[in-house]
Design a protein around this ligand. Structure first.
Ligand SMILES: Cc1cc2nc3c(=O)[nH]c(=O)nc-3n(C[C@H](O)[C@H](O)[C@H](O)COP(=O)(O)OP(=O)(O)OC[C@H]3O[C@@H](n4cnc5c(N)ncnc54)[C@H](O)[C@@H]3O)c2cc1C
Length: 366
């Protein structure tokens, strides 16, 4: 990718400052530029240095809750509307960054009859809303296949977005933590952005970046591993298992990427740093050998932070005048994050596309 500007060491002026250069922040920047705003983006680390560059690469329409759960929690119309928006977002992401997206569909599989009852309820609920879902017997268990879903190369997508932002004239600064944020200024150790509005597009650590969200969002660690190219298994599309807590897919070169296990150790994962732990990684080793049944050696282990709300809905909120926060995608932010990013850029430019009323209708406690 074209190198971004290095750390900010001066004072600059822009209509909008975006804090966080993952897919959500970069989507906001791109939209804001296209709406004619001048934009500066800053990241404490590097572009794609957070969850946006370290995730399972599954583009599954809907929210973190499966569709039947979303229908009971949020109501049929809002749940169906959010499903449709995120399904359309798969198409848009595939068009925007075709080099990063593969139209694979996705599977959800059940380990036993009890889990199948839940998977079947999801299938019925999807079909009730006219969404295609096919029952499948697979080597990983009985499940449903959702043809519209897809896979993404997370880093390739984020870097493509960053290139597009630079091409559109946005200024991006890495190694530039936002230490103090208000609606008119963002301070970093070496410089300052004087601006008309701010979007904090941070998923993991959102409550640190925006202390007003303490008690509303909570950061946790998610972990993954990857193997050498595996020739003893074939996984045609991303798979979600164990009530959605585990997920795996096979990359085009045969490597298996597997994540999950947070439910094995909730207490140690809340607030934990982005480093793999023995408990969760041992669990993932077990899934790799006994459920996926590959003997390919593990070559990579990693972790990154995301944040959750208690409701399963993300945050998309003006936390103080002209400071907007987006995040807390509850572990599935690849689609909802870019939807929220673009939508909040439109709000700042003066157009309400209605997403905020669906995802963050009223303040709520964790
Ligand atoms: C292991 C794992 C697997 C996942 N799998 C999937 C999946 O398969 N499908 C899916 O949809 N979702 C998945 N997710 C969730 C998804 O990755 C995230 O929800 C999404 O990538 C969040 O992107 P973002 O741009 O909002 O935030 P981030 O990628 O977290 O980016 C935020 C950026 O903000 C920067 N930052 C933080 N604080 C500051 C500050 N004060 N000043 C400046 N910069 C700051 C960080 O350095 C970071 O680069 C997974 C997450 C993880 C960790």
């Amino acid at each position: 990718m074209s190198p971004p500007n290095n750390r900010l060491d001066t004072v600059i002026r822009a209509d909008l400052c975006v804090v966080g250069l993952g897919a959500s922040g970069l989507s906001a920047i791109l939209e804001a530029r296209r709406l004619g705003l001048t934009v500066v983006g800053v990241d404490a680390n590097v572009i794609a240095g957070g969850a946006a560059g370290a995730n399972g690469g599954i583009l599954r329409a809907g929210l973190s809750k499966f569709h039947h759960e979303a229908v009971s929690a949020f109501g049929r119309e809002p749940a169906a509307a959010l499903y449709r928006l995120s399904a359309a977002e798969i198409d848009r992401v595939a068009e925007e960054t075709p080099e990063a997206v593969t139209r694979t569909g996705s599977l959800r599989v059940a380990a036993d009859d009890a889990e199948w009852a839940d998977v079947a309820a999801q299938m019925r609920s999807l079909r009730d809303d006219g969404i295609e879902a096919e029952e499948r017997e697979t080597t990983f268990g009985r499940g449903i296949y959702i043809p519209h879903d897809a896979s993404v190369h997370p880093v390739a997508r984020v870097h493509a977005l960053a290139r597009a932002c630079s091409t559109e004239g946005a200024l991006l600064f890495e190694q530039t933590p936002a230490l103090h944020i208000s609606g008119s200024e963002v301070h970093s150790p070496g410089g300052r952005i004087s601006c008309g509005a701010v979007i904090v597009a941070v998923d993991g650590g959102l409550e640190q970046a925006v202390p007003a969200l303490g008690g509303i969002v909570r950061t946790t660690r998610l972990q993954m591993l990857a193997t050498a190219p595996a020739t003893d298994v074939s996984i045609p599309c991303p798979v979600s298992a164990s009530f959605g807590f585990d997920y795996f897919r096979q990359l085009p070169d045969g490597r298996v990427a597997l994540g999950g296990g947070r439910n094995r150790s909730f207490d140690t994962e809340w607030g934990a740093p982005a480093e793999p732990s023995t408990v969760v990684q041992s669990y993932l080793d077990g899934v790799l050998r006994s459920r996926i049944r590959t003997q390919a050696p593990v070559t990579h282990r990693w972790a990154a932070q995301v944040s959750y709300t208690s409701t399963g809905l993300p945050v998309m909120r003006e936390v103080e005048p002209r400071v907007w926060a987006i995040g807390a995608y509850c572990g599935t932010g690849n689609l909802v994050g870019s939807l929220c990013g673009r939508s909040v850029a439109r709000l700042i430019a003066g157009t309400d596309d209605g997403l905020r009323a669906l995802v963050d209708p009223a303040p709520r406690a964790c």
